[in-house]
Design a protein around this ligand. Structure first.
Ligand code: NAP
Length: 239
């Protein structure tokens, strides 16, 4: 299969790249800044004469760069099977309380976490329509659940993930007659730059669980009524 992963240079995105490559799939790895880790993976692949990793520079908030990435992929392949919208930011890492909120980070957070995944889905739609799986996976978060919200801070991140969920719900309504499979997956609390060192899951454990959910998604008929918003173990989440 042909898989596209955004934010593929570190954290969960990089771990997902490794799993898909290890399973013999071709990965178009979109990155904003390549970094040593993705370069190392590229060198390892080259050492083993494997051409399955295709790194492409792309800031997902830039529509022209998404279009250029589309054209780059189209020149190599007529179709994409799975788009994984993984790139995201959490710009309130120090979790400020209401008297210390910095509203300058809100729109940039929305741009990356909520608008860019929809923009990517639209940009790559011609290639996805030509694919066999027609699958769009969005790495969301339980933080986007309004129904089970417990936090009293982290507004920007939580609001942006709730907006991502709504955008993809509407997108699914629009595409369901075309047999598209769309999911919003909470990957667990993961030891990445975003999740921090105290998190429960390693990037590899989370990526393996997310990979399993993706495989279950593409194995089930596109017409079957399935929960759209789930966690890494497949449990449905409250919207
Ligand atoms: N870690 C957790 O505990 C946790 C929990 C729930 C959900 N999630 C979700 O899981 C996904 C992966 O998170 P992570 O923990 O792996 O985060 P991370 O380690 O902070 O990595 C974030 C990735 O997103 C990329 N990115 C950010 N802005 C971008 C842009 N404008 N264009 C292109 N790429 C951009 C980063 O690229 P640069 O290196 O260039 O910055 C990086 O590759 C996210 O959607 C996150 O919200 C994570």
């Amino acid at each position: 299969m042909n898989i596209l992963i955004t934010g593929a240079n570190r954290g969960l995105g990089l771990a997902l790249c490794k799993i898909f490559l290890g399973s013999g799939h071709r990965v178009f790895a979109l990155y904003r800044s390549k970094g040593e880790t993705l370069e190392k993976l590229e060198n390892e692949q080259a050492d083993h004469n494997k051409a399955n990793l295709v790194p492409i520079q792309c800031d997902v908030t830039d529509e022209a760069q998404l279009r250029a990435a589309h054209d780059h992929i189209q020149a190599m392949s007529p179709a994409l099977d799975i788009l994984i919208n993984n790139a995201a930011v959490h710009l309130e890492q120090n979790k400020p309380d209401i008297d210390e909120l910095d509203f300058s980070v809100y729109l940039p957070t929305f741009e990356v976490n909520a608008v860019a995944p929809l923009m990517a889905a639209v940009s790559f739609l011609p290639l996805l329509r030509a694919g066999t799986e027609k699958c769009i996976i969005n790495i969301s978060s339980e933080a986007g659940s309004i129904g089970s919200c417990w936090r009293d801070r982290e507004y920007a991140y939580c609001m942006s993930k709730a907006a991502l969920n709504m955008g993809m719900r509407i997108f699914q309504n629009r595409l369901k007659d075309e047999q598209f499979r769309i999911r919003l997956i909470h990957p667990g609390w993961v030891r990445t730059d975003m999740g921090g060192s105290n998190a429960e899951l390693s990037p590899e454990e989370s990526a393996q669980a997310v990979f399993n959910q993706i495989m279950l998604t593409i194995q089930s008929p596109a017409t079957a009524e399935k929960p759209l918003y789930i966690d890494w173990e497949g449990k449905p989440l409250a919207w």
